[in-house]
Design a protein around this ligand. Sequence first.
Ligand code: ADP
Length: 498
Amino acid sequence: MNENPLKVLFLASEATPFAKTGGLADVAGALPKTLKELGHDIRVVMPGYGFIDREKFMIKEFMAELTVPMNGQTEQAAILETTIGQAPVYMVYSPKYFDREGIYMYHDDADRFVFFCRAAMEMLKRIDWAPDILHCNDWHTAIIPNWLHTIYKDDPFFNRTASIYSIHNLAYQGVFGHRVLEIAGVAKYQFMIPPGVSPENQINMMGRGIFFADLVNTVSRTYAEEILTPEYGQGFDWLLRERRDRLYGILNGIDYEVQNPATDPHIYRHYDLNHPELKLENKTALQREAGLAEEPNTPLIGMISRLSDQKGFDLVGQVIEAMMDNLRFQFILLGTGEERYHHLFNSIKDRFPDRSAVYLTFNASLAQKIYAGSDMFLMPSRFEPCGLGQLIAMRYGSVPIVRETGGLKDTVSNYNPATDSGNGFTFKKYDALAMYTAIVRAIETYRYRERWRTLVNRGMSADFSWRNSALKYVDLYRRALNIRADHPVPNEFLNVPG
Ligand code: ADP
């Protein structure tokens, strides 16, 4: 048991296994579990989306009615309750805001997430549980550090609470009109992010999180450095440089209990480090299921990803035909996203039916089959805060081919046959030819069985579990508490007329 346990509320818009669109859900599902195992009193709060299966996850009602101030009035929420591991999970439910098919991209997203955050704060007071740390994640919860300096500033309940703001993806910022400040009850404070971030009449939630949080972190060290530059800063490099003394990078882990080829219920045949050869059965079964030629010796390259430019699909688009024409490999893709990429991959599938398989959908079970059945995992991202795909791939013995950016750079090093070092294949420049060359190197190396086996083993035996990173978060939480006590937010940006 931890001698000095912390009380932490972890706020996220998505968390596995309940609701997921990307890596944030994986983090929210795993980090709190590990922190709990380390002896801290960590609790998660997320929206109780209508599509979440309450029976399956044993979700119970925790609080039938909670009054939530919104937009100068009050509305009602219900709070539901379940667990992730031993960590309690609260879900803020409101039919008006959360009975939707999806998670994001609704016209009232500003209202929905402000409501979620406010309900979370009010719930804490109702249950009389004042956290040491409010751990906010991405723009959906960015209003909270802002509130600690405004509406809750003089509230004794929160006067020892510090805030952490974690940036999982700087590209999604939550940009709204001024009305969001009224909804959130902070309009009268009249402060804005200083001009220059986005058009003057816009409110940027991400900016508020960065500005008001006691500490800010992102999910790898390299990304924490990259976002200080205009190339990666998404308009916020100046503010991040301003806050540099409060900016940290902590690599995400993956849940080694869930992501485990020895126990994964979704894959065809279990295997582990001592029996990596059994991985081949997963490859054969995947080839069969996906309609690919059942060729054990042809390298199978997998991709599982949102289909967006961020993930490097413009590079893939430029050379995929040439790759299929010139190189001997099979390709399997699972992903949804931009329409033009749906067209692109449908046409690849039509042209190369027994060498390519394309699933334009979100399918968590198939994803595991692809991690287990593929030989290589391609992630040529333009930018990548951390990236989980490459970590899961390594755990399943699929060798990553990545661009050296963000968390990809921090976790994958280039294979050097001369020194027999490295755990994957990397390229630097964001360029289709550079990617093509890395893929050629991977396919070439695959022919040397012993070398390939070393690479597979290296990935499978690496430790990207959450424990190390969770300890770093504990350290960050303690720093935030000290900073909160010593340095209130500087005043120079406050009261800029809005
Ligand atoms: P991001 O959060 O930017 O989308 P990450 O690599 O951090 O990227 O996390 C992506 C996560 O979502 C991984 O766990 C990956 O397996 C999963 N994923 C992405 N697309 C799909 C899909 N179409 N079906 C199933 N899982 C997916």
